[in-house]
Design a protein around this ligand. Structure first.
Ligand code: HEC
Length: 119
């Protein structure tokens, strides 16, 4: 982890929602820290404290390096890994999280995956 926290905070601030339903990246960060960090890690790099405990030993994705487009991310987040032919260790969140929370998460994930925050 050699990224500048200031640069990252700036990227969060600059992540203006493009539309009303685009979600809030700072809000998404809070949802992420509550539900996702255990596997994906504080910085989303797939190295959370529970990452090594997954029964099938599939590594949680490095969300900073994700190449999935927004709709693909939304699908795996809502339906879980198994529903898209990937590891069932990625749980389905569609019942647990509200549409607003998922929108916020997607806004946050797009900031995380920005090249400016991944030197
Ligand atoms: C119990 C561990 C666990 C938790 C908690 C978890 N994930 Fe995952 N996630 C995984 C694993 C494992 C994969 C990789 C699945 C695969 O590649 O087969 C994954 C993959 C993903 C991917 C696909 C990214 C890519 O580029 O391949 C996204 C997006 C994602 N997770 C988002 C989330 C979000 C958002 C949350 C919180 C709401 C979350 N995950 C919580 C384990 C977890």
């Amino acid at each position: 982890m050699n990224r500048s926290p200031a640069l990252f905070a700036l990227a969060l601030l600059l992540a203006e929602p493009a539309a009303a339903d685009a979600g809030s990246a700072p809000g998404g960060r809070q949802v992420f820290m509550t539900y996702c960090r255990l596997c994906h890690g504080d910085a989303g790099e797939g190295d959370g404290p529970a990452a090594k405990l997954l029964a099938d030993h599939v590594r949680p994705a490095n969300l900073r390096r994700s190449v999935l487009i927004r709709t693909e991310k939304e699908r795996i987040i809502r339906a879980g890994g198994a529903a898209v032919g990937r590891s069932g260790s990625m749980p389905p969140w569609g019942e647990q999280l509200s549409d607003a929370e998922i929108g916020d998460l997607l806004a946050y994930l797009s900031v995380l995956a920005q090249p400016t925050t991944t030197p």
